[in-house]
Design a protein around this ligand. Structure first.
Ligand code: F42
Length: 149
């Protein structure tokens, strides 16, 4: 069931601008992380406190139709707020990778499965490895599969 509700743009200007441009252009513009040329996806979750739709960009880490959602936040000591949104409601999730957004369900991965996805994430975006070195916080990873999959 498509995620509906009131969208509350991010307080982070670069994030809300990237979301707006990506959606406005159907994923043909603002689809990389600034000048790195590395692709991003737009993720929608439901705010755990406000119940509003929260949208943000993440690096695109895709494998066989599933996506890793890496809660790195640049190696900050605390989880991004969207991490708590997905913990609260892992089925309140949409991912846009191109012109259209689809419904996904997230699960936090651990152990072997996390190691496998972490390797894919670092291959897609090498700075993830530096972010993990930068913090004692273990950077969580969700894997998202299509809701109708
Ligand atoms: N962040 C990552 O963690 N990993 C990435 O791979 C990544 C890539 C990336 C690429 C491009 C780009 O533009 C940004 C990228 N980011 C990446 C940054 C990412 O988009 C997020 O900005 C970042 O992870 C921080 O997430 P955040 O959820 O903490 O967002 C902040 C900036 C934010 O928007 N906060 C909102 C606000 O209004 O301050 C609140 C968001 C929210 O979910 N609020 C909850 C609610 O109920 O509405 C309450 C949450 C609570 O418990 O307080």
């Amino acid at each position: 069931m498509p995620l509906t509700g009131e969208y509350e743009p991010s307080t982070s200007e670069w994030v809300r601008d990237q979301v707006a441009e990506y959606e406005r252009s159907g994923g043909t513009r603002a689809n990389t992380l600034q000048d790195t040329g590395l692709p991003v996806v737009i993720v929608t979750s439901r705010g755990a406190k406000t119940g509003k739709l929260r949208k943000f960009a993440l690096m695109r880490v895709e494998h066989d139709g599933e996506y890793a959602l890496v809660a790195s936040k640049g190696g900050a000591p605390d989880h991004p707020q969207w991490y708590w949104n997905l913990k609260a409601d892992p089925a309140a999730l949409m991912i846009q990778d191109g012109p259209e957004a689809f419904d996904y369900v997230a699960r936090e991965v651990t152990g072997e499965e996390k190691a496998e996805w972490w390797a894919r994430a670092v291959a897609a975006y090498p700075p993830y490895a530096e972010y993990q070195e930068r913090t004692t916080r273990e950077i969580p990873v969700f894997v998202a599969r299509r809701a109708d999959g």
